[in-house]
Design a protein around this ligand. Structure first.
Ligand code: FES
Length: 176
C-alpha cells in the first residue's frame, strides 16, 4: 500500500471514530435528558397538584345544618374525596362538633393523641372525652387531662348559609 493509501485509510477511520463518538454522545445525552424529563415531570406535578387543588377550592366539606348543633358535643360522620396521584378514595371521617358558652361552634378530631385510638364523649358520664384504650381523658375543648401528651386536634370550621363546613385538621386552638 502506498503512503497516500495509508493516509486515506487513517483519515477515514478518524472520521468514523469522531462520528461514532458524536453518535454516542447524542444518543446518551438524548436518553439522559428523556429520562430526566420522565422523572422530573411527575415530581413537578406532585408538588404543584395540591396547590392547584387548593386554588380550585374543594377543601371545605358540608357536614351538618348549623341549627342542629348543641352545647353538648355530637358525633358527625362525613366523607372526603381524595385524589393522591392515581389513587382515588372517599374515606369517612368523624368530627365531634359542639358550641361553647358564647355560642361559637368548634369541631374536634376523634383521634386520641396518646396512640391514636378513637375517643368518645361522656362515655363515663363525666362530661369528658374518654379514650377506651389506655384511659386518656380530655375536656370538652379537647384539653388533655391524663395519659395523652397533647390536646385533641381541631378541624377548621366555617358556617355559611346555615351549614357547617369543615376544613383541614389543625392543632387545637382552644387550649393554651
Ligand atoms: S390511645 Fe388513647 S389512651 Fe392510649
Amino acid at each position: 500500500m502506498s503512503n497516500h493509501g495509508k493516509q486515506d485509510k487513517a483519515n477515514s477511520s478518524a472520521k468514523r471514530g469522531i462520528s461514532r463518538r458524536q453518535f454516542l454522545s447524542y444518543t446518551l445525552g438524548g436518553a439522559g435528558a428523556f429520562m430526566a424529563a420522565g422523572m422530573s415531570l411527575p415530581m413537578i406535578r406532585f408538588a404543584v397538584d395540591p396547590i392547584l387543588q387548593k386554588k380550585a377550592g374543594g377543601t371545605w366539606i358540608k357536614v351538618v345544618e348549623a341549627s342542629k348543633l348543641t352545647n353538648e358535643p355530637q358525633e358527625f360522620k362525613f366523607k372526603i374525596h381524595q385524589v393522591d396521584g392515581w389513587y382515588v378514595s372517599d374515606p369517612e371521617l368523624t368530627a365531634w362538633i359542639s358550641k361553647d358558652d358564647s355560642g361559637n361552634a368548634f369541631a374536634l378530631s376523634p383521634v386520641c393523641k396518646h396512640l391514636g385510638c378513637t375517643i368518645g364523649w361522656n362515655t363515663e358520664k363525666n362530661n369528658e372525652y374518654v379514650c377506651p384504650c389506655h384511659g386518656a381523658h380530655y375536656t370538652k375543648d379537647g384539653k388533655n387531662l391524663v395519659v395523652a401528651p397533647k390536646p385533641l386536634d381541631e378541624y377548621d370550621l366555617k358556617i355559611e348559609n346555615d351549614w357547617v363546613y369543615l376544613g383541614p385538621i389543625k392543632a387545637n386552638t382552644r387550649v393554651k
